[in-house]
Design a protein around this ligand. Structure first.
Ligand SMILES: Cc1ncc(COP(=O)(O)O)c(C=O)c1O
Length: 430
């Protein structure tokens, strides 16, 4: 029995069967490559589902972990350590928001955002405002697996086995402004969006929908909460995906004023600490006034080790110019996919921002096969929303890696697309 076979047998016996893993045993990584136990290198275009922003074994992360783990790993939130305010300062400077709460994961950050919204609405009611407790979330949204997050996540398959879910959530059709207007009222305490939906298939909000969500929420004092767990922290070429959405007529120079549609609350996780678990909820000073000591908390969240690495990740993104790099290589990646789409009809849409990219196929079976065929060629991608090939590579990706991936896709579609493709129609390259 190989080591992989032994581990598979042990996991089959010992773990809850929540994951359908590919049969590879990874033991190391370097740059954009992850390495299996045989020493084979895989080009990682998924980066641990959008986590390993600086790739593998980046000296800034490795050295920070070594230094900080020798100094202090955990304190609890009963005492001070050096990292939280330092990291919060970097995040407030980059989000247009005023305060942070540190959690461990995406779903925990999102729970914090939902709790802030309900508590803030309660505070406003106590001050005489007419505001309810309802959440408006979007169809195809994904916010995580704990109860609140799951209840605001659209797909039935995530919620149905655990019913009853948290009440008070209504779903709005994606990018449908009239549906948003029809469902919005003084009962709503928050509108919940991803500026670019991740699991939902890398789908950006329209400027019109996002602006209307901001306008409606501001009209009653409801909150606009933007989930940046997948799209945030530089992946799209800006610190937050919502910063791609300008306010008509507003200055775009951050030093003079916030020039983008500004949420009241946002959440980060995934790449925040370069592979260590860390999440954050960010909010305005106005919203923050609802919190008082003891109202919310976590044992591990914002520990010294994760915060030190979070600081190193942000500083490295700045030092290495990775926002501009993600934009440049991401544009090249999308242009290359669009060229491929002209050759292979099976690609019906290419979309994304920076290094959050999707190629939608006209066949779910072909999408599944493509992921498997890429894996055979030692390239990691995944498939979301059945037909969408998703690319979330590390920000250090180079054009040559894109060329490798495109050549592999070209070969796979040339060999297999004809057998799967639906009749032509509805092709559009966004
Ligand atoms: C937009 C978004 N929100 C929340 C989550 C949940 O994050 P986590 O898996 O860290 O709980 C995810 C994870 O994929 C996500 O993409």
């Amino acid at each position: 029995m190989t080591k992989l076979e032994q581990i598979r047998a042990a996991e089959a016996r010992l773990l809850l069967t929540t994951y359908d893993r590919s049969p590879i045993l990874f033991v190391g990584g370097e740059g954009v490559y992850i390495i299996d136990e045989k020493g084979d290198r895989y080009l990682d275009l998924l980066s641990g589902i959008g986590v390993n922003a600086l790739g593998y074994n980046h000296p800034a992360i490795v050295e920070t972990i070594a230094r900080q783990s020798r100094a202090l790993i955990h304190t609890s939130n009963l005492y001070y350590h050096e990292g939280q305010a330092e990291l919060a300062m970097r995040l407030t400077e980059r989000t247009g928001l005023d305060r942070a709460f540190f959690a461990n994961t995406g779903t925990e950050a999102w729970e914090g955002a939902l709790k802030l919204a309900r508590a803030y609405a309660g505070l406003r009611r106590s001050e005489g405002a007419k505001i309810g407790t309802k959440f408006l979330a979007l169809e195809q949204s994904f916010h995580g697996r704990t109860f609140g997050s799951m209840s605001t996540t659209y797909k039935e398959k995530y919620r149905e086995p655990f019913a009853p879910v948290v009440p008070g959530v209504e779903f709005v059709r994606f990018n449908d402004v009239s549906d948003l207007r029809a469902k919005f009222s003084a009962d709503v305490c928050a509108i919940l969006v991803e500026a670019i939906q991740g699991e939902g298939g890398v789908r950006p909000l329209t400027q019109e929908f996002f602006a209307e969500a901001r306008a409606l929420s501001s009209s009653t004092g409801a909150l606009l909460i933007v989930d940046e767990i997948q799209a945030g922290m530089g992946r799209t070429g800006k610190w937050c995906a919502y910063q791609h959405y300008g306010i008509p007529g507003a200055p775009t120079d951050r030093s003079s004023s916030v020039g983008w549609i500004q949420p009241d609350v946002t959440t980060f996780a995934k790449p925040l600490a370069g592979g260590l678990p860390l999440g954050a909820v960010m909010c305005t000073e106005e919203v923050a006034r609802v919190m008082h000591a003891g109202m919310h908390g976590t044992t591990f969240g914002g520990g010294p080790l994760a915060c030190a690495v979070g600081i190193a990740v942000i500083d490295t993104i700045v030092k290495e110019g990775l926002l501009a790099h993600a934009t440049e290589v991401g544009n090249y990646f999308m242009e290359s996919l669009r060229s491929l789409a002209r050759k292979h009809e099976t690609i019906v849409d290419v979309r994304g921002k920076g290094l959050m990219i999707a190629a939608e196929l006209d066949s779910a079976d072909l999408a599944k096969l493509t992921v498997a065929e890429m894996l055979k060629r030692h390239i990691l991608i995944n498939c979301t929303s059945d037909t969408v090939l998703r690319f979330l590579p590390p920000y250090i990706l180079e054009r040559s890696h894109v060329d490798t991936a495109i050549a592999a896709l070209d070969e796979i579609f040339a060999e297999h697309a004809a057998a799967y493709s639906a009749p032509a129609g509805g092709k559009h390259h966004g």
